[in-house]
Design a protein around this ligand. Structure first.
Ligand code: NAD
Ligand code: UD1
Length: 347
């Protein structure tokens, strides 16, 4: 049985990863400092699966804590979700973002290196792609980010590529095997309705905002711009069901044994559906699937937003043998089940 260390395992994506990993027969060890999550998410993971991850409440910047975990647990690979993820907050507090995301990853890499655990799946983001007039992004597109959050992800990608290159120079006996997974827009929740996204305060992202308007916690959704060069003027994104997304991580773990990683490598893969939906399409489909009205108004564009962005997921299909299975109706029905069963999140 393989043991996977999941950093940030109590968070939105991490908790869903714990469920799929446990159900797939992995032993799961979680390290989380609960800066953006609650222990209750892992209680729910146990209720869904009948199995418990081993939990260490610690900060990934605490080198001694990480070394102790690697000494105690027989870790085969690390899935690294821990980090901060709000674009707006990263602009007002960049030092905190670089400290948590970049420095935190450096400490994790040092602890992994010392423990000779060199299999890593990293949560990257579509935000690492440079803005382009071509809306469908492939892995070999130019990179570049316009905010500190995105730059922290890009810096980590660059560090990981350097670490992998150094293996070739040093002819390392155990080379690093690193998978960079570039997520598009994860939404939805586990179909049980027991775990889901539990944002602090007023959400910035579309789906939690829509759900909170539908349940009456927020009065009205602002649609940020209806004058984009898209089919209905509103922004188009590649929304992906969180369960499909985490299954991509399990496929990535499997791929570490495949030919392309045999002698070590650092490779990026898009995790998206390949299909974009507009804000109005999301609202209309949400209303259809949930039979709930979503009160909205058209508002000016949000600074920093792209018109349209969706994945070319062909490489993940070819090399990870992964593709999405759930459609937009599933994503929105599951998001709503989580929201309506847990109007106040995990509280
Ligand atoms: P989340 O905030 O729900 O989960 C992150 C978890 O990491 C939380 O449980 C938090 O408490 C923990 N954490 C943060 N800093 C830590 C530290 N220094 N030490 C230990 N634990 C720490 O976020 P999420 O949506 O689950 O995202 C997971 C990862 O995926 C993040 O790296 C994020 O940047 C990336 N990502 C998310 C999205 C998205 O839309 N949700 C999109 C692209 C990439
Ligand atoms: C945002 C982040 C991105 C991050 C991603 C997933 C910005 C500029 N980008 O991307 O770095 O990787 O989340 O976490 O914040 N919308 C509304 N009204 C709202 C909220 C959103 O109309 O109240 C629209 C947006 O204009 C956009 C779409 O909905 O067209 C999706 O927005 P959002 O969920 O914030 O995701 P992204 O903008 O793709």
């Amino acid at each position: 049985m393989q043991t996977i260390l999941v950093t940030g395992g109590a968070g939105y994506i991490g908790s869903h990863a714990c469920v799929e990993l446990l159900q797939a027969g992995f032993k799961v060890v979680v390290v989380d400092n609960f800066s953006n999550s609650k222990p209750e998410s892992l209680v729910r993971v146990q209720k869904i699966t009948g199995l418990s991850p081993t939990l260490y409440q610690a900060d990934i910047r605490d080198k001694q804590a990480l070394s102790d975990i690697f000494a105690k647990e027989n870790i085969d690979a690390v899935i690294h979700f821990a980090g901060l993820k709000s674009v707006g907050e990263s602009c007002s507090d960049p030092l905190n973002y670089y400290n948590n995301n970049v420095y935190g990853t450096l400490v994790l890499l040092e602890a992994m290196n010392e423990a000779n655990v060199k299999n890593l799946i990293f949560s990257s983001s579509a935000t690492v792609y440079k803005e382009s007039t071509i809306n469908q992004y492939a892995e070999d597109f130019p990179l570049g980010s316009i905010n500190p959050y995105g730059r922290s992800k890009l810096m980590i990608e660059e560090i990981l590529r350097d670490v992998s290159t150094a293996d070739k120079i040093n002819q390392s006996a155990t080379p690093w095997k690193i998978v960079l997974l570039r997520y598009f827009n994860p939404i939805g929740a586990h179909e049980s309705g027991m775990i889901g996204e539990d944002p602090n305060g007023i959400p910035n992202n579309l789906l939690p905002y829509v759900s909170q308007v539908a349940i009456g916690k927020l009065a009205q959704l602002s649609v940020w711009g209806d004058d984009y060069p898209t089919r209905d003027g509103t922004g188009v994104r590649d929304y992906i069901h969180v369960v499909d997304l985490v299954k991509g991580h399990i496929k990535a773990i499997d791929a570490l044994d495949a030919e392309q990683f045999k002698n070590g490598a650092c490779k990026a893969y898009n995790l998206g559906t390949g299909t974009g939906y507009s804000v109005l399409e999301i609202i209309n489909t949400f209303e259809k699937v949930t039979a709930r009205p979503v009160n909205y108004k058209i508002a000016p564009r949000r600074a920093g937003d792209l018109a349209e962005c969706f994945a070319n997921p062909a490489l993940a299909l070819a090399e990870l043998h992964w593709q999405t299975e759930k459609n937009l109706d599933d994503m929105l029905a599951d998001a709503w089940r989580w929201q309506s069963n847990n109007p106040n999140g995990y509280e």
